[in-house]
Design a protein around this ligand. Structure first.
Ligand code: SF4
Ligand code: MG
Length: 286
């Protein structure tokens, strides 16, 4: 890969977009791991689309030099699917938070798992809505056993379990305290032909004072080498075993080895677009 292309990914899109995350936010590590993965995959910015969710995490698309799209809350996966259908040659990422993916966007998440389009979802999971000052998200309560049913504090949603139940074909987990491992997970996720989810534990240092870097270091454990990720049964057993021991698995939990048929391209690209004058629309966006 030409050095010039490599340096494009290594640079931030700053100063056009000043990074606004709090110092120490886990999303910095996701950004760096993602850049390293894109370089390792030898992808150029024109080959990649980054669809951001809403919230602190969704800003990540502004800090990378590539094509990006920003839509409504909960919609990142739907936009990513649309883009992939229109142009299957694109490597498409949906980059969203836990609130975005598991609350307002959960219907998209469930059905994307079923449909298995060739896109990669990275969830920056911190258990809170950071941008709106730290309200509980659906993944709040990680590590705190529910001893009694309390309406205000329902049990948390585990994206790994949801993904496995709904038919996702690649499920992995990473931690912002280990960006090298996160890079490996993103590379494997992109290489997987089908929908790939990586749930990254990305601490919110400002609003989540329970699930801190130290807490994750104490509770995360790599998936053992003996684990067979191609077996759904083994994946379920692994999840149960880790849960029983109060640990969180890092690594590839499930990777369905089936063959995937290439997706059909929507009949709108590029022949039809050649006839449309995009200039007036693009002018309005500049
Ligand atoms: Fe990160 Fe939390 Fe700050 Fe948002 S509020 S930038 S999630 S540390
Ligand atoms: Mg969040």
């Amino acid at each position: 890969m030409p050095e010039a292309t490599k340096s494009i990914w290594e640079q931030n899109a700053a100063p056009r977009h000043r990074i606004q995350w709090c110092p120490g936010c886990g999303d910095y590590a996701v950004l760096n791991a993602l850049k390293a993965a894109l370089v390792a995959l030898e992808l150029t910015p024109s080959e990649v689309l980054l669809v951001g969710g809403i919230g602190c995490s969704g800003q990540i698309r502004n800090y990378l030099n590539g094509n990006s799209f920003y839509g409504t809350h909960g919609g990142a996966l739907a936009y990513a699917l649309g883009a992939k259908m229109a142009n299957p040659e694109l490597t498409v990422f949906a980059l969203a938070g836990d609130g975005d993916t598991l609350a307002i966007g959960i219907e998209n998440f469930v059905h994307i798992c079923r449909r298995d389009p060739d896109i990669t979802l990275v969830i920056m999971d911190n258990g809170v809505y950071g941008l709106t000052k730290g309200q509980d998200s659906p993944s709040a309560g990680l590590g705190r056993p529910v001893t009694a049913s309390v309406e205000e504090h329902p049990p948390f949603i585990d994206p790994v379990k949801v993904a496995l139940t709904c038919g996702a074909t690649f499920i992995a987990q990473s931690f912002s305290g280990d960006p090298k491992h996160a890079t490996e997970m993103y590379v494997e996720a992109v290489r997987h032909k089908g929908f790939a989810m990586v749930n990254d534990f990305s601490p919110c240092v400002t609003y989540n004072k329970f699930n801190t870097y130290d807490w994750f270091r104490e509770h995360c454990e790599k998936v053992p080498e003996s684990h067979d990720p191609s077996s759904e049964e083994a994946a379920s057993e692994l999840i149960r075993d880790f849960e029983h021991r109060g640990k969180l698995p890092l690594g590839i939990i499930y990777r369905n080895p089936r063959q995937k048929m290439p997706a059909k391209r929507l009949p709108i690209w590029p022949k039809e677009l050649e006839r449309i004058d995009l200039e007036p629309m693009l002018k309005g966006l500049r």
